[in-house]
Design a protein around this ligand. Structure first.
Ligand code: HEM
Length: 438
């Protein structure tokens, strides 16, 4: 496997192995045997297996701990499920719109950026504003926190799997220092929240409340924030980058999105996601079980890892190699555009482990792209970008820079002009009023 030794392009390599061995095959690695499943019944069985029998949590942890300090996984109290359990779209959409207004004020009327650097920073700001309250406010603390979080970057475990041996050799020294720095910075934000005269009802407050009265409260809150945030940065900012590129480079879709067609915007987001998926899905078997791939029943022992690979299944058959938002009806594939099993196409997952942040992520993606293309004309200065070849997991990162220039569009009506005024930090009174509204 790519983290055990050099594999230049794991996705191509898996495609080749599968052509040779068929839809079900095993790979012996030093720490586990991977049972890869690609047939319709095999992939259905993969998503249906219960956590108590084959664990996604353990499989993810085994991958991420190659990069992240173990302490980050211990004693967590708030998980994305807790944050997104209620239908919070209205609560976070206001925050997302504020971040977008601030971002536009910083961009000014024209300029250029690298698409994925831009969406990465935007992803940090939207995420931190949503679940870490004051940490998302522009300024030196936000910049320092982004630097620490980028050094921690759990996603490197699957974006640069070949680099994990060096991280182990260094005893994760960089990551431990970055975690300590992030804890320090988040502690400042906790102190600010503690000093607020009003009670907030936002996601950050839920994390803060979970640690009420604990002696290690500040560290506990900070680590909850960091783990949620790193989970978000695995996919969201990269997905936003591909989505912006896809919309900007298709005039008819761009016109519809600009005209405010949210349905087209959301279906386009799903389509960009489908095609940019590089995820390897894994389940660590903890109880012996039987997996039926449609032709054979496999008795699977404890310690084996079940796996499937989205870049292969998401693009196979029908016309699945093409970008076409019309294959979606709202958030599901249309009945007449289905592959042999619905589970063969994955954006946010299937069954019990479906992404709890799907509504949040789709709102952030559509809101961001609708806002940006509504205010700017973009001109890409790159040929078709390609994914980082060594990546196996998450949404693709681009292998080369993707520069774009932007130019403000004439405002259709005065309220738009109003929005483009440089924004400012909210006063305490405004924050309090907003908290009361939520
Ligand atoms: C475009 C953005 C995103 C995409 C494409 C995405 C994709 C996915 C997929 C495919 C799964 C299922 C994995 C499996 O079955 O093994 C998943 C699960 C999960 N995602 Fe996301 N995700 C996104 C954003 C986020 C964000 C923003 C967060 C957190 C803030 C998050 C947290 C999680 C968690 C905690 C799970 C595990 C759920 C469980 O095991 O029950 N995701 N995501």
């Amino acid at each position: 496997m790519p983290w055990d030794g050099e594999v230049a392009n794991p996705i191509e390599e898996f495609s080749r192995v599968r052509a040779e061995l068929g839809d079900t095959f095993a790979i012996e690695a030093p720490d586990t045997t991977y049972l890869f499943l690609f047939s319709p019944a095999g992939v259905q069985a993969f998503y249906a297996v219960e956590e108590a029998v084959a664990s996604k949590g353990i499989a993810d942890w085994q991958m991420l701990r190659r990069k992240l300090p173990d302490e980050l996984f211990l004693d967590r109290r708030t998980f994305p499920h807790d944050l997104f359990a209620r239908d919070d779209v209205a609560a976070y959409l206001d925050l997302v719109r504020d971040v977008l207004a601030t971002t536009r004020a910083e961009l000014g009327d024209d300029g250029d950026f690298d698409v994925f650097s831009f969406t990465r920073r935007l992803g940090h700001r939207i995420g931190l504003t949503t679940w870490a309250g004051p940490c998302g406010q522009p300024g030196a603390r936000l910049d320092a926190l982004i630097e620490a979080l980028d050094a921690l970057d759990g996603a490197a475990a699957f974006v640069e799997p070949g680099g994990m041996q060096e991280i182990a050799a260094n005893g994760k020294a960089t990551e431990y220092a970055a975690l300590a720095r992030a804890e320090e910075l988040i502690a400042e934000a906790i102190a600010e929240r503690d000093a607020e005269p009003v009670r907030f009802e936002d996601h950050f407050q839920r994390i803060v409340d979970a640690w009420a009265g604990e002696p290690n409260r500040a560290q506990g809150i900070a680590r909850d924030v960091v783990l949620v945030h790193l989970g978000s940065m695995s996919n969201l900012f990269a997905a936003l980058g591909w989505y912006l590129i896809d919309v900007v480079s298709r005039p008819a879709v761009l016109a519809a999105v600009r005209a405010g067609d949210r349905d087209v915007a959301e279906r386009s987001a799903l389509e960009s996601l489908r095609l940019s998926q590089r995820s390897v899905m894994m389940r660590a078997v903890s109880k012996p079980c039987v997996i039926d791939d449609g032709t054979t029943q496999y008795s699977v022992e404890r310690g084996v890892t079940l796996a499937t690979l989205l870049p292969l299944t998401n693009t196979e058959g029908l016309d699945l190699e093409q970008w076409d938002p019309d294959r979606w009806q709202r958030r599901r594939l249309r009945a007449d555009r289905l592959p042999a099993a619905r589970e063969l196409v994955t954006t946010f997952g299937h069954g019990p482990h479906t992404c709890p942040a799907q509504p949040f992520s789709l709102s952030v993606m559509t809101e961001s792209v609708m806002d940006l293309v509504g205010h700017y004309d973009f001109t890409p200065h790159f040929a078709s970008p390609t994914p980082v070849p060594g990546q196996i997991g998450g949404v693709a990162r681009a292998s080369t820079p993707c520069p774009m220039t932007y130019q403000a569009r004439p405002s259709p009506h005065p309220s738009r002009r109003e929005e483009r005024r440089p924004s400012r930090e909210l006063t305490r009174a405004e924050l309090a009023e907003r908290a009361a509204r939520q």
